[in-house]
Design a protein around this ligand. Structure first.
Ligand code: PEP
Ligand code: MG
Length: 912
């Protein structure tokens, strides 16, 4: 006969059937209770129903496997033996708790029931055993209330409604003229229980269950059922926890923190979770049960301040347990405990959740204390790479944010696109921002737009933050903000912006220019008014130089961590930068080159000349306009080369559709523009209008852009190539090494690539000849349409490097516009159609598969082909791991994400 499937695992008396490695099966709580037993810590005996039960339960119409009952009975017997008590006995009753515990902790999302096994008979025994009738009735009162709320589903459905049990309790307390339930007498507690039970009968039509086995199965069902409650589902979605995992359920002998004043219950951390300061800390309540601490009924006391005075012996036990746990788990622990008559019992331990600040401090401190290795310090579970951001950006003071929320000042939530915290006055137009800035360079502005376009660039630079109603994670607003290190929220669909009325209507409020708002680029939240911020010390040392390294411990730890990062990573990290100041920022965060310079961003400083080039309809007049642009481009490139001091600089040739520089929309917005252009070109206003009309496209993103521009207008490519090589020769002459890498955008055919390459190389030869010098350079291409990935072997015959442009590659592979997906991606995510935003994290199965093909085929033709990524995904840790796996040479990301990408690269390298 096949062996029976094991669903239940016991623990207690220094022995357990499970251990910490079994968290997938036993959940975090179950696995760690078992582990604590195994290492000899005081844990009340119990057993865990595995996550297999949960998966069975949901796959089989909320029923249990047939073997389960027998296994639970046997486990309960085991617990009875260890505890020397009997479940349901009227003489010597065992009481148990029933708690959820999933693989990843989901704090407060699922249910718990305490004091199971109480009825009026067992209660009497409990009263006489403890010689404390009040305690017995208090426990029973709690049990009926919790069971009613959780198992009988009497919890209020709307958060504005009061818990019906609390209402009764309040009335009794009011009548008794007491503040706390601990002050109620036995008779008053009895009265509470009578009223509770009456309400249960009214609500459910049945008497409150008195049979202990019925109670325990009711509680087990409620805990498994709570895996699918709304809160838990939403939480899992937010943290990418698969619904299929299921929860385990732990049934454990009760120990009591409410037996008297030598008893307590509490939660604590072995180090501080906000800043990582060493030392046990937490909250406890004397003469109370677990839920009181969390429920906030009485204000708890601080463990580190009061407990050593109030219960010195218990504090010593707790502190020792904390140290044992830290040494054993090699990490900060978050624990739950009960003190029963002076003895500490452990109810839970888990690796503590922490902020990015605390994560770095704790990891570095643990290495310095000799507890972990530097490789362990870099594990992504210790410092999620994204959390490093918190060290770099000003942040909102969390307390202030909570207060704003409580005051109803949270206005909206969008896609968090540029991390950080910004507070400023609303400004709807880039030109207004410029004017205001001119008057007062210190003005704090938030540029609020339906969307941004390249023309808003100057306004964006001035603004403290950018907020848009439309667009997604690789929209113009998002990528420019990240590059500039600006706080940014995009796709905030509930904003109703009226440029003409100059109003922003949101959440029933109408805001005007000059009104203050605060935007949180970590969470996507928009607040009304000013929420106070705190600056980043790391930025003060590295960038603004307003602090010296020795003045900032935070910086010192960051620096120590980053030396380990660089030792272990294989991927190189470059930056997307178009200007020397952006390059300088990136360098201070450790960038090793420029992976993408978008030359069109430079053009926006010279709109008159570029517009002249666009409206020119002969080659000669186009070349005349281009000749005006050449010196500007040369200066810009020279600036970048100087700043990068010999590191590789990838410069991409002109990419966007020309209408971004000149369209009907521009002519309408600037009534004198057509006349101005007509005059400088010596043509009529009508000619200008006609040319603009010709430029109009139905799908500009799939239209005349990328290398298609340089192919049809080779003089554009020639001018840009010339500017690059002239700048390179100039800077080389100044004694600075230069390594330009010229990149062709949007090529899908080898012939497209070759056409452009020929122009670039011809210009290089010509310039080198003129200047009497040579420069090492590469010519390569972006891989940003599916065809390019598929024919990568052909393209690599000529191209010396590839860079995956995953913004366009995602857009073209998914057939999903990078500018328009904001309208439905929220719905998609809420309904589990797509897990993560494909424009933020690479869609591994689709876009990722194409990248893999591109790498394999490209390197088949050219073994040493250098390959990188320069789409916005390059700064996303999950994407960085993927890029490491498929063997890229480097990732390139916005300056403020460079350190994060470095850490993610080290984590990827250490993952195995
Ligand atoms: C890309 O498509 O990924 C890319 C980097 O180019 P752009 O975002 O400028 O189109
Ligand atoms: Mg692109």
């Amino acid at each position: 006969m096949a062996k029976e499937h094991k669903y239940v695992y016991t623990f207690g008396a220094g022995k357990a059937e499970g251990d910490a490695s079994m968290r997938n099966l036993l959940g975090g709580k179950g696995a760690n209770l078992a582990e604590m037993c195994n290492i000899g810590l005081p844990v009340p005996a119990g057993f865990t129903l595995s996550t297999d039960v949960c998966t069975y339960y949901y796959a089989n119409d909320r029923t249990y496997p047939k073997e389960l009952k027998k296994q639970v009975d046997a486990a309960l017997e085991h617990v009875e033996k260890i505890m020397g008590a009997e479940f349901g006995s009227p003489k010597n009753p065992l009481l148990v708790s029933c708690r959820s515990g999933a693989r990843e902790s989901m704090p407060g999302m699922m249910d718990t029931v305490l004091n199971i096994g109480l009825n009026e008979k067992t209660l009497e025994a409990l009263a006489s055993q403890s010689q404390n009738e009040r305690f017995a009735w208090d426990s029973y009162r709690r049990f009926v209330q919790m069971y009613g709320d959780v198992v009988l589903d009497m919890k209020p459905k709307d958060k504005r409604d009061a818990d019906p049990f609390e209402k009764i309790l309040e009335e009794v307390k009011h009548k008794a003229k007491v503040q706390y339930d601990s002050e109620l007498s036995v008779d008053q507690l009895k009265d509470v229980v009578v009223q509770f039970k009456k309400m249960v009968k009214e609500h459910t039509g049945k008497d409150f269950p008195t049979e202990p086995m019925e109670q325990v199965w009711g509680a087990i069902g409620a805990v498994f059922g709570s895996w699918m409650n709304d809160r838990a589902v939403v939480y899992r979605r937010q943290y990418n926890i698969p619904h299929e995992w299921g929860t385990a359920t732990n049934v454990q002998a009760m120990v009591f923190g409410n037996l008297g004043n030598d008893c307590a219950t509490g939660v604590g951390l072995t180090r501080d979770g906000a800043l990582g300061l060493p030392g046990f800390n937490g909250d406890y309540l004397v003469n109370a049960q677990g839920e009181d601490v969390v429920a906030g009924i009485r204000t708890p006391k601080r463990i580190e301040i009061e407990l050593p005075k109030e219960m010195p012996e218990a504090f010593k036990q707790l502190d020792n347990i904390g140290k044992t746990l830290e040494r054993h788990y090699k990490d900060v622990q978050d624990i739950e405990f009960t003190i029963q008559r002076g003895k500490v019992w452990m109810l839970q331990t888990r690796n503590a959740k922490r902020t990015g600040f605390a994560a770095v401090r704790i990891a570095v401190d643990l290495v310095n204390e000799g507890m972990i290795t530097e490789q362990e310090a870099l594990q992504k579970r210790r410092i999620p790479a994204d959390d490093l951001n918190q060290l770099l950006q000003p942040i909102f003071d969390p307390k202030a944010k909570k207060a704003s929320q409580a005051q109803g000042k949270l206005l909206a939530k969008g896609i968090a696109a540029g991390p950080g915290a910004a507070t400023g006055q609303i400004c709807f137009h880039a030109s207004d921002a410029e004017a205001l800035h001119e008057k007062d360079p210190k003005v704090d502005l938030i540029l609020v737009r339906r969307e941004t376009s390249p023309e808003d660039l100057r306004g964006m630079r001035i603004a403290k933050g950018i907020l848009t109603a439309f667009g997604g994670a690789s929209s113009h607003a998002a990528l420019v903000s990240r590059q500039m290190g600006k706080v940014c929220i995009v796709g905030c669909g509930t904003l109703d912006i009226d440029y003409h009325k100059e109003t922003l209507v949101v959440s029933g409020k109408t805001l005007k220019p000059g009104d203050w708002i605060s935007i949180d680029g970590f969470s996507g939240e928009v607040y009304e008014g000013k929420v106070p911020t705190k600056p980043s010390e790391v930025v003060e040392v590295l960038l603004t130089k307003t602090k010296k390294p020795e003045e900032s411990e935070t910086f010192q730890r960051y620096a120590q961590l980053m030396t380990w990062v660089d030792k272990h990573r294989k991927l190189r990290v470059r930056t997307n930068a178009d200007q020397p100041d952006q390059a300088a920022t990136a360098l201070s965060f450790g960038a090793e080159g420029i992976g993408l310079c978008r030359t069109e961003h430079m053009f926006f400083e010279h709109l008159d000349e570029i517009r002249e080039m666009i409206v020119a309809d002969t080659r000669e007049s186009r070349e005349k306009a281009l000749a005006k642009l050449l010196p500007f481009q040369r200066d810009d490139f020279a600036g970048l080369f100087r700043e990068m001091k010999g590191r590789p600089v990838t410069i991409r040739l002109l990419d966007p559709p020309l209408h971004e520089f000149l369209s009907e929309h521009h002519l309408q917005e600037q009534p004198d523009l057509a006349q101005k252009l007509a005059k400088s070109l010596g043509v009529s206003k009508e000619t200008i209008a006609r040319r603009v009309e010709e430029l109009k496209e139905m799908n500009p993103m799939l239209g005349h852009r990328g290398c298609r521009l340089g192919i049809v207008y080779p003089e554009i490519t020639a001018m840009q190539a010339r500017a690059i090589f002239e700048a390179a020769c100039l800077v080389k002459k100044e004694g600075v090494e230069v390594h330009p890498e010229v990149m062709i955008p949007l090529a899908g055919f080898l012939s497209e690539y070759k056409n452009q390459e020929a122009i670039v190389r011809a210009q290089a030869d010509a310039v080198f000849k003129e200047k009497g010098t040579r420069i090492d350079y590469l010519v390569g291409t972006m891989i940003e349409v599916p065809r390019a990935a598929i024919v990568a072997d052909q393209i690599a015959q000529a191209a010396e490097f590839f860079s995956f442009g995953t913004n366009d590659l995602t857009q073209t592979t998914l057939g999903m516009s990078r500018d328009d997906y904001g309208g439905f991606i929220g719905y998609y995510q809420e309904h589990d159609i797509i897990g993560s935003d494909p424009f933020q994290t690479i869609d591994k199965d689709g876009v990722g598969a194409l990248m893999k093909i591109g790498v394999e085929r490209g390197r088949k033709s050219r073994e040493n082909l250098k390959i990188g990524i320069c789409g916005e995904h390059g700064g996303d840790p999950a994407t960085v791991y993927f890029c490491h796996e498929i063997g890229l040479d480097y990732v390139s990301c916005s300056p403020f994400r460079v350190a994060i990408a470095r850490l993610a690269a080290a984590q990827a390298a250490l993952a195995k």
